[in-house]
Write a protein that binds this ligand. Structure first.
Ligand code: PAF
Length: 282
């Protein structure tokens, strides 16, 4: 695996690959790699001649400085994981100046309102930061296909919208959530949980699975009440939000319509670690 440490080495590498007509699959990350990331590379491996990943903890997408500071970073370990996996051909480790040549500031994006729902309300500016770094990475890596986990479903929708609006010729591929045996969605943030808390946090997946069942027979208002009760009875856990939204607009719904697809979204704070999850409902 080639490790490309700045934009010049990346540019030379990409030029060579493009000259050879290679189809490029790309999965950008913020490191602290786990099996969820490996599932992105596995998907990319099947559909491309070459798989590229990047690791960059993007400062502009953190609205909370403490979260940025605490974000796990261990690039040597990540490189070892990638080499061992044999799934990735090149890893780009951008310098901050590669992404932000002047100020470390995000650009502003209009994602047709997708940015105003859920995480957009809880984390102002977050999706401007994500758009800025992903657009910059796309312009440098020039992938044919790019892979993102469905755990961050709103991010996936926003990146699809950005690509459509900027007319970038890149297929955006959503990869199903990779879960631990107990159902907990894998996330780099899970590293900050003790084994006991990881076990407690399985209640998030268990509850979403029940919501999927309840959705067949129960009103959305009642489902919300039931979910609130589940989390009110949990110690060390606080429900930040639970809602059911139209899968295409991401707008919360309280009334189901037959021709629409719905998804449940949840954020729970477990011992000050913010865990996010979602599940398709019909
Ligand atoms: O999902 C992530 O890891 C990040 O938001 C991304 C897409 C790499 C942008 O920094």
């Amino acid at each position: 695996m080639e490790v490309l440490k700045n934009k010049k080495t990346l540019q030379d590498f990409i030029e060579r690959q493009k000259e050879m007509g290679k189809k490029i699959g790309f999965a950008p990350t913020m490191g602290a790699l786990h099996k969820g990331h490996l599932s992105l590379y596995e998907a990319a491996r099947k559909e491309n001649d070459l798989v590229i990943s990047s690791i960059f903890v993007n400062p502009t997408q953190f609205n909370n400085p403490e979260d940025l500071e605490k974000y796990p970073r261990d690039t040597d370990n990540d490189i070892a994981i990638l080499k061992n996996s044999e799934l990735v051909d090149a890893l780009y480790l951008p310098q901050v100046e590669d992404i932000y040549p002047e100020k470390t500031e995000s650009k502003h994006y209009d994602y047709d309102g997708l940015e105003n729902e859920m995480e957009g309300k809880s984390r102002p500016g977050h999706f401007d930061g994500v758009g800025t770094v992903v657009e910059e990475l796309f312009r440098k890596v020039q992938p044919d296909n790019a892979y993102f986990g469905e755990k961050d479903f709103q991010q996936l929708a926003i990146i699809r919208k950005m690509v459509e609006k900027k007319k970038l010729l890149i297929n955006i591929i959503g990869v199903p959530i990779y879960r631990a045996e107990n159902g907990l969605a894998l996330s780099s943030r899970n590293q900050r949980l003790t084994d006991e808390r990881k076990e407690d946090a399985k209640i998030i997946f268990d509850t979403l699975s029940k919501v999927k069942d309840w959705f067949k027979t129960t009103s959305i208002a009642e489902i919300k009440e039931k979910v609130n009760t589940v989390f009110n009875n949990q110690q060390n856990m606080e429900l930040e939000y639970f809602l059911i939204a139209d899968e295409s607009t991401l707008q919360e719904t309280n009334q189901r319509e037959d021709d629409k697809s719905y998804r449940a979204f949840i954020v729970v704070d477990v011992d000050s670690v913010r865990l996010i999850d979602n599940m398709h409902l019909d």
